[in-house]
Write a protein that binds this ligand. Structure first.
Ligand SMILES: Nc1ncnc2c1ncn2[C@@H]1O[C@H](COP(=O)(O)OP(=O)(O)OP(=O)(O)O)[C@@H](O)[C@H]1O
Length: 310
């Protein structure tokens, strides 16, 4: 079966560096598909080539079977695009802003359509508010709803919740889920692994222009083969020979991170018991012992040896 988006061998170079390096993937209809990766990984560049905003140096992109390049105008009506930063005319109200965006597509919104759009993003009460008076989260929700005025099948969101407080971020997540309920396919970029885990049906983990893993968040985490991670610090490092004896564990040492050490574990109770016993034997005091579930962050760490955030 053909996906709603097909990307084949997509490549973008700046100078002699491939910032998007021969990536291929398929997005299924009504999926929430995430690009997760650190700053500079190539997420925005990939997205903008698919949106028809940046010309690829190689590869092919199809949206609903229609090739995007060399004539991206042909897919314009199939997609809605929210860029990483959107600025509005401050003197316009929310309602006027939506009318303006609709007019760019030669559309006039009926009162019912406007009401429906505002309800999706929880801005009904802000209909007559000037855009300058909106909070960061409200502005971001307005930016998302502007992508819907042409009734696209696919919505692109570039870091929709970056810089927002936790509550506003949650509100954005609700909006994204609502888009999916309404039959939209959503492609988003993020460097928040919680966001990718919560929202995305599938995630492409991208690093240095390459897709290094692609699956459902749960399958990616299951692939680690670890139920939990145990992290701790110790004033003096525990000897490697001793660490290697910790039970039910694979040992990871994180360099340059305040000596924090990580142990992935298939049985945290067994791991901690043996860790404490071995540390005692070595006269080393374990501090800040912390047990948590494995996350996409750990998948990234496992695959690249570095942390997702700088
Ligand atoms: N117009 C350009 N000219 C030269 N280099 C560029 C250009 N645009 C992007 N790059 C480089 O390409 C790489 C990928 O950038 P991109 O913006 O796609 O990353 P990103 O994963 O979206 O990062 P972020 O999370 O910071 O938005 C970076 O090293 C960036 O400096």
């Amino acid at each position: 079966m053909q996906g709603i988006i097909e990307v084949k061998n997509l490549t973008k170079r700046y100078g002699d560096q491939a910032v998007v390096d021969d990536i291929s993937f398929t997005v299924e209809s009504q999926e929430i598909f995430g690009f997760l990766g650190p700053n500079g990984a190539g997420k925005t560049t990939s997205l903008e080539m698919i949106e028809g905003l940046r010309k690829p140096d190689g590869g092919e992109i199809f949206i609903k079977g229609q090739t995007v390049w060399p004539n991206p105008n042909k897919v314009k009506n199939l997609i809605g695009v929210q860029l990483q930063s959107t600025s509005f005319y401050e003197e316009l109200t929310v309602k006027e802003t939506l009318a303006l965006f609709a007019s760019l597509y030669g559309k006039k919104l009926s009162a019912g359509e406007l009401e429906d759009l505002l309800a999706i993003v929880g801005l009904t009460e802000k209909e007559n508010a000037h855009t300058r008076s909106l909070s960061g989260g409200q502005q971001q929700r307005l930016a998302i709803v502007t992508t819907l005025v042409n009734e696209p099948d696919v919505i692109f969101l570039d870091e929709p919740s970056t810089g927002l407080d936790p509550q506003s971020r949650r509100n954005i997540w609700d909006v994204v889920k609502e888009l999916q309920r309404r039959g939209k396919t959503v492609i988003l970029t993020t460097h928040y692994m919680e966001e990718a885990e919560y929202l995305c049906d599938r995630v492409a983990i991208i690093d240095q222009g390459k897709i290094i893993a692609l699956d459902t968040p749960q399958k990616l985490i299951d692939g680690l083969g670890s139920e939990a991670k145990v992290s701790f610090t110790s004033e003096a490092p525990i000897k490697r020979e001793l660490l290697s004896q910790v039970e039910a564990a694979t040992v990871k040492e994180l360099s340059g991170n305040n000596g924090k050490q990580l142990i992935y574990s298939s049985d945290p109770a067994q791991t901690i018991t043996s860790l404490l016993a071995l540390a005692k034997q070595d006269n080393v005091e374990i501090k800040g012992l912390h047990v948590s579930s494995a996350t996409l962050e750990d998948v990234f760490l496992e695959l690249t040896g570095k942390e997702l955030r700088d």
